[in-house]
Design a protein around this ligand. Structure first.
Ligand code: THU
Length: 130
């Protein structure tokens, strides 16, 4: 039987097909499971004004928030290549906002290999207001 992580990886891989990445050609997909047990997907959305591009993780987080989710239980980042796509610095901070120490950040490469880290491992000594 497929576990929920495997399902999340497949959702993230499907999201890659919708990536709008004409400038980099680098199609990233993300899928997260929220505290409400729902799944939200995202892809990277680039822009001719390059800095305005949005990462796949940020898209998935926005989908969670607008649907009422509050916390990330697991988030997958699906890479289009043979190497993992670790979240960029800004996305680490965005993931942190909706994570706790149990949150799993799962990177998958194009072959479905995975590596799972916590937010403390990805973003030690993080900025927070409280
Ligand atoms: N990108 C993501 O969507 N997520 C990451 O974790 C790293 C990079 C996107 C941004 C840009 O559209 C493309 O990958 C190449 O940097």
């Amino acid at each position: 039987m497929k576990d929920d992580t495997q399902t999340l990886i497949e959702v993230a891989q499907k999201a890659q097909a919708f990536s709008y990445s004409p400038y980099s050609g680098f199609k990233v997909g993300s899928a997260l499971q929220a505290d409400n047990n729902e799944t939200y997907a995202g892809c990277n959305v680039e822009n001719a004004a390059y800095p305005l591009g949005q990462c796949a993780e940020a898209s998935a987080i926005s989908a969670m928030i607008v649907a009422g989710g509050k916390k990330i239980s697991k988030i997958v980042i699906a890479s289009p290549i043979d190497k993992f796509c670790p979240p960029c610095g800004g996305c680490r901070q965005k993931i942190k906002e909706f994570s706790d120490s149990d949150t799993q950040i799962i990177m998958s490469d194009k072959n479905g290999r995975t590596k799972t880290l916590s937010i403390a491992e990805l973003l030690p000594f993080a900025f927070e207001l409280d």
